[in-house]
Write a protein of this length. Sequence first.
Length: 256
Amino acid sequence: MTEVLVLDTLNKFFGGVHAVRDVSFTLQKGELAGLIGPNGAGKTTVFNLITGVYPLDSGHVSMEGQDVTGIRTCDAVGKGIARTFQNLRLFKGSSVLENVMTAGQRYHPYSFFEAATHMGRWRSTEKAIRKESMDLLERVGLAKDADRVADTLPYGHQRRLEIARALALRPRLLLLDEPAAGMNPEEVQELNVLIKNIHRDFDLTILVIEHHMELVMEICPHVICLNFGAVIADGTPEDIQGNKEVLKAYLGEEVE
């Protein structure tokens, strides 16, 4: 199997807080993996280190065998990495369709002159971007809402929109940061199906941060658990569920 993402002893300090401690793990091509841990365990910080939101204090990140340590956030997409965010980052005043089309522009360039005059490649290019964007909205169940303002969508649908926009970037590694946050049990189950279908149909490697254990344990054959910034378990859902350190991290120690 081909290694897609390799994290080698990542460390990150915020002042005197050691937020990420020697984190190392590997994702193989085509894996669907979950990154779990209690609140404050360092999960989102790991995503931010992978995508260059925060600089590393030490350690290395590689993507498909290429060293991407310290990559600029704006260059992550060019390396095949796309992500969603714990706190939504939509263009709230734009339409649902425009949110996805914005990402699709990367692969359908045209000049400033063509954009200003609607001449040359503009018409055919915009048509292609619109079609691809509508296809993605159809995949996430939002095609009927294409003309709605993004901020008027129900919260769970906004989560789906963010996934569609990330897919428009044509990633090979997709990082999903708490995609089920704020969803009810029925919406979580629908999201399970969506993520599994995306994983299968787009031939993606996916890493999911999630607090809904039923989602992670149902869809992720590979699970990594963090606590206090360090990896305390890495294995199958069965390995994780029976791991004493994981149970202690979530449930606390028994007091004698």
